[in-house]
Design a protein around this ligand. Structure first.
Ligand SMILES: C[S@@+](CC[C@H](N)C(=O)[O-])C[C@H]1O[C@@H](n2cnc3c(N)ncnc32)[C@H](O)[C@@H]1O
Length: 380
């Protein structure tokens, strides 16, 4: 069945949120990734009268609108670009952000190792720029529930913009609460009601009491931390809490390969370190963790150790409110354009799998004005 997509309508199980705006010919308002012959990437938001300028000439967006994904186009100087919609991994590395995002390789591990399943009730903190939220929303699906907690409202704006750009509108399974997880979680989620908790923050150990209370027996807590000192302190805090199984720690290294003729070898460069994953399961109330006996002295910290673990010592950079507000405006502007691109009078997305072609509503796919400064070269 063919129909005009309306990403603002409630999705049916046959049209999961975000599916329609990933198919069909390019439309005004969409994000498109242009890759040149040397593999350099730029992401642009298509506008009917838009142009992509580089020192190698000008490409009119009109060359792309209405053409299929994978089209190769030439600019005014005969310089060629291959045009594709960004995949999730490309999107999170080029979207506006105010803090380090969870890298795609780690997001994939988190979704699998924390067993984020369709329909799950998941809690996440902090939200940061929303990179991990996007992966978690895809995994829980439209029928699931992701409740994200973030201490700083400015980050929540950036995340909301990025999530809405990715899905073409608000996601039905998502809710953000502004506040500290340790204080807020118990106000919103009943004890024993949450299936999975994912923490990406400086001090996850401060939240473990609230997390253990919210998690259902057998539920998973997964922490993503950048340094070994955080890893160690979180693991010891899980053990000390007594309501978790013995924690598992890992890191994920992905090494690219150069494969050309007989020159087949690992890439010279790689993203060597991003973070560590630490996970554990919630024990049933009244049960005790089973683990090999350890010598207590090995795991104890002095107050002096704990005092040294300040945010600055752990490498956290202070991000100014001004920078966050700018990234938030950019993210929300992109979301507005994405909603217009997939809205009722968008360029008519065909979705052969959709059982409920969206109803046409008022409004139109106005030529989206480019966001100042958004045609940036993609970040590695
Ligand atoms: C590294 S960022 C998260 C990045 C995010 N996972 C992503 O992929 O974009 C860490 C965030 O946690 C927030 N945060 C730190 N401690 C928190 C807490 N106790 N409760 C809620 N948010 C917290 C910070 O404000 C910051 O935005």
């Amino acid at each position: 069945m063919t129909g005009t997509a309306d990403q603002t309508a409630a999705p049916t199980p046959a049209t999961p949120r975000g599916a329609l705006n990933r198919r069909g010919p390019f439309r005004a308002g969409e994000r498109v990734q242009l890759t040149d012959e040397r593999g350099r990437m730029n992401t642009v938001t298509l506008a009917a009268d838009g142009e992509f300028h580089s020192h190698r000439g000008v490409l009119s967006h009109g060359e792309l609108i209405g053409r299929p994904e994978g089209t190769v186009v030439e600019n005014s100087a005969g310089f060629r670009y291959q045009a594709l919609r960004p995949l999730l991994k490309d999107f999170v590395l080029s979207m506006p952000r105010g803090a380090a995002v969870v890298y795609p390789k780690d997001a994939g591990q988190i979704v699998t190792m924390a067993d984020i399943f369709p329909g799950a009730r998941v809690v996440e903190a902090g939200v940061g720029s929303g990179a991990l939220s996007i992966s978690l929303l895809r995994a829980v699906g439209d029928q699931g529930h992701l409740h994200s907690f973030e201490r700083r409202a400015e980050f929540a704006d950036i995340a909301r913009g990025n999530v809405e750009t990715m899905f073409g509108g608000p996601h039905p399974a998502w809710r953000i609460t502004i506040g500290d997880l340790a204080q807020e979680l118990g106000q919103y989620e009943q004890p024993g009601s949450v299936d999975r908790v994912v923490l990406d923050m400086l001090a996850p150990w401060e939240c473990l009491d609230a997390v253990a209370t919210a998690l259902a027996p057998g539920g998973v807590v997964m922490c993503y931390v950048a340094t070994v000192t955080q890893l160690s302190r979180t693991a010891e805090a899980m053990r000390a809490d007594g309501r978790f199984t013995e924690p598992d720690a890992s890191e994920t290294m992905v090494r690219g390969w150069h494969v050309e003729g007989l020159a087949v070898r690992p890439d010279h460069r790689m993203v060597a370190h991003t973070g560590f994953l630490l996970s554990a399961r919630r024990l049933a109330d009244g049960s005790e963790r089973l683990a090999p006996k350890r010598r207590a002295s090995k795991s104890e910290y002095s107050q002096e150790d704990l005092d040294a673990w300040t945010p600055v010592a752990l490498g956290e950079r202070d991000v100014s409110d001004k920078k966050l507000r700018r990234a938030g405006r950019e993210a929300l502007g992109l979301a507005e354009r994405a909603a217009r691109a997939t809205g009722p009078a968008g360029a008519g997305v065909s979705d052969p799998g959709a059982q409920d072609p969206a109803s046409a509503g008022p409004g139109g796919a106005a030529a989206a004005a480019p966001v100042p400064g958004e045609e940036q070269e993609d970040r590695p």
